[in-house]
Design a protein around this ligand. Structure first.
Ligand code: AMP
Length: 399
């Protein structure tokens, strides 16, 4: 593979896989453009060198071919604005075929072409070779800057790389930064290394916890998933979220942690509610003594204190998943306090990586995104990376 930063794109047509899978409202306004802004430096470098950029992405989950509401045409205006307004941005109403081919071939240095939604073809998700080859013909250099889909072995994210020689395929700047920060945490972590895992379900996080048991010093478990662990240890959790078919898994994890000398921290106290609603009655109690009819929707004050102390003495921090139902004001204190502790630890020299949809939403909500070392754009991709899996999008370039 080539090094993006030192590659001179002058005279090249770079075919760039971006992740423009942004949320749109019913008027097709982009409600969060983070994924687009994250890849702009990559596009700008190609254009500044005198190259042209052919951008390909998916948007949403179209089921049966082209539909207007999943068209990438809705993004053209904003893309043009993000590039400064002077750059010519063309749109092809297909990602393969005559019009795409013609526009790509006529593209001049400094110009951009956005292709229509890749997932209008079933071949994309199937990783179809013939489809990947057709896409590959549009450019002479392949750049993968879509970390958000790096865990998918799709035509445009992985299979396509086989149609480019080693010196004509590379990661873009975003992908490079994502991989670098994830590697730093997983393979070069300075100790103590604290992983904060939260969110709703244990079943989604078993593999990541098991892999982290090999590397972390401390694992903090919060959010809805903590109650499965607490029940497994014999606690009363009332109506709190619980996966009864995972109780044994939870016990196995606790036992393994003991053997490996990893400290697992469960919330000692919880903010409990009499219903799952913003206007519920609330009180605090020990997390293993939740009365019948009540449910734990946030970590309590004592848990915040203990978790924060652990975070503040750590040198490496990974955070995936909120500590409570942070979308509701009454249950946001735990997540907010943990975000502040991560920010404080970062200010004191720790390396902190925040990833996974909801923890990113949380640091954004509390305006702390620029107070942590790195905020990942990859949800599922980051999770799979930390589960220890080889991501097809990364492997295809490295190979
Ligand atoms: P995940 O997608 O698994 O990371 O879960 C994120 C979701 O978990 C968020 O929408 C939170 O509101 C929710 N969540 C966090 N803590 C709890 C809890 N104690 N009970 C129910 N839901 C929770």
């Amino acid at each position: 593979m080539s090094d993006f930063s030192s590659f001179n794109f002058s005279g090249h047509k770079a075919l760039v896989r971006v992740d423009f899978n942004v949320p749109l409202d019913d008027q097709f306004n982009i409600t969060d453009d983070t994924r687009m802004t994250a890849t702009i430096p990559t596009i700008k470098k190609i254009l500044a060198d005198g190259g042209s950029a052919i951008l390909m992405s998916h948007l949403g989950r179209p089921k049966d071919g082209p539909t207007d509401n999943y068209s990438l045409k809705h993004l053209v205006k904003h893309l043009s604005e993000l590039l400064g307004g002077q750059t010519k941005v063309f749109f092809a109403n297909n990602c393969i075929g005559e019009q795409a081919g013609m526009t790509a071939s006529m593209l001049r240095g400094g110009e951009v072409l956005l292709l229509e939604n890749l997932r209008f073809y079933k071949e994309e998700e199937k990783g179809d070779k013939a489809f990947a080859e057709k896409l590959s013909k549009l450019g002479d250099v392949y750049v993968n800057d879509a970390f958000g889909t790096a865990h998918r072995a799709h035509a445009s994210t992985a299979v396509i790389a086989d149609f480019f020689p080693a010196d004509k395929k590379m990661f873009g700047l975003l992908m490079e930064a994502e991989v670098k920060s994830a590697e730093k945490v997983l393979h070069q972590s300075e100790k103590p290394f604290c992983a904060i895992i939260g969110g709703a379900k244990v079943s989604d996080k078993i593999l990541i916890i098991e892999n982290l048991l090999e590397r972390a010093t401390d694992i903090i478990i919060g959010g809805g998933m903590a109650y499965t662990f607490l029940k497994a240890r014999g606690g009363n959790i009332g109506n709190s979220l619980c996966e009864d078919d995972r109780l044994q898994t939870a016990l196995d994890i606790l036992e393994k942690a003991k053997q490996k000398n990893v400290s697992i921290h469960l919330p000692e106290t919880s903010v409990i509610a009499d219903k799952f609603a913003a206007d519920a009655n609330t009180q605090e109690c020990p997390s293993d003594q939740i009365p019948a009819g009540w449910m734990g929707l946030d970590i309590g004050g004592k848990a915040v204190g203990i978790f924060s102390e652990t975070i503040k003495k750590s040198k490496t921090i990974l955070w995936n998943g909120p500590m409570g139902v942070f979308e509701m004001e009454k249950f946001q204190n735990g997540t907010k306090s943990i975000a502040l502790a991560v920010a404080e630890s970062t200010a004191n020299g720790a390396f902190s990586l925040v990833g996974g949809g909801d923890s990113v939403a949380a640091v954004n909500k509390f305006n702390l995104a620029d107070k942590v070392s790195y905020v990942s754009t990859g949800g599922g991709a980051l999770l799979e990376y930390f589960e220890g899996k080889e991501l097809p999008g990364i492997a295809a370039i490295n190979k």
